[in-house]
Design a protein around this ligand. Structure first.
Ligand code: LMR
Length: 299
């Protein structure tokens, strides 16, 4: 693996420290590390990209408050990817507002298939899975097929309706039956996951780092190696109109992945309550899209 690390000139000293840390990890797969300020060097013939360079939000902000500053970065990175990256490159967008940044990045990289761009909504899925696991006193990997729908924002909808949990030596059972408290599932649980990013910022005075890095690597891992049989994951992808959602926004859907291609899982049971939440998130994404396109048109 060759790691190219792109940053702005003012951050080169810090990047040097990051390079030292990667070296000191003695990672068996890393052959070379190339720190650079030049997108042409950073994106040259790459197979995969994690786009993390964006202004992080501060306490009291919503992620969409970053749109006017960050969307410009993703237009420029889309253009650079378009020119320099392999057409097979897989791009995971982490910088916020991640869904809309992904839409813009893909738009300005028309030579790369749109399907190759995904927004990191895996962090919301991991958070939802962890909350269920902790409520049921099991480890997180006993909880399967929990989905985060929609935007990576306070309108996301964590959904357990089709999920299962394995307790002790028992066979997997439905999460709803195991929790046996629909009131908690539709209120406290949903709000906890929706506001977890803000909760982390309030505690750390910095936005999430370790959990975001883990989610980004989980997402790229599954894009690369596929999902496990019988399991699906949440992925922010360009909507094809599935589940009645508008097209051409980047929306988190349940997907399976095989041979590096994702497919939206169809015909899952979506309650009227859930459908209402999905529509709210879709409306927010349409508003973000319109604002982002207007900003990019002025650049
Ligand atoms: C997160 O969800 O932790 C990140 O997207 C950072 C943030 O602004 O919340």
């Amino acid at each position: 693996m060759i790691l190219t690390l792109l940053d702005i000139p003012d951050m080169m000293g810090v990047l040097k420290g990051v390079v030292m840390e990667v070296v000191d990890c003695a990672l068996p797969l890393v052959q070379e590390i190339i720190p650079t300020t030049d997108p042409a060097v950073a994106f040259k013939d790459i197979d995969a990209a994690f786009l993390v360079g964006a202004m992080p939000r501060k306490p009291g902000m919503e992620r969409k408050d970053l749109l006017s500053t960050n969307v410009k970065i993703f237009k420029l990175q889309g253009e650079a990817l378009n020119e320099h990256a392999k057409k097979t490159a897989k791009i995971v967008v982490v910088g916020n507002p991640a869904n809309t940044n992904t839409m813009i990045c893909a738009k300005y990289a028309p030579s790369i298939p749109r399907e190759n761009f995904t927004a990191m909504t895996r962090l919301d899925q991991n958070r939802a899975q962890a909350q269920i696991a902790s409520r049921l006193n099991v480890v997180a990997d006993k909880v399967k097929n929990v989905i985060s729908w929609g935007n990576h924002s306070a309108t996301l909808y964590p959904d357990v309706a089709n999920g299962t949990v394995t307790m002790g030596k028992d066979k997997p059972t439905s999460i709803e039956a195991a929790i046996n408290n629909n009131e908690w599932l539709s209120t406290e649980f949903v709000q906890k996951v929706q506001k977890r990013g803000a909760e982390v910022i309030a505690a750390r005075k910095l936005s999430s780092a370790m959990s975001a890095a883990k989610a980004a690597s989980d997402q790229m891992h599954d894009i690369w190696y596929g999902t496990k049989p019988g399991e699906y994951i949440s992925l922010g992808v360009i909507s094809d109109g599935s589940y009645g959602m508008p097209k051409d926004i980047v929306f988190s859907f349940p997907v399976t992945i095989k041979n590096k291609q994702w497919n939206i899982v169809k015909n899952l049971n979506v309650s009227a309550f859930a459908q209402e939440k999905l529509a709210l998130s879709a409306k927010e994404l349409e508003d973000e899209r319109d604002e982002a396109l207007a900003i990019c048109a002025k650049m």
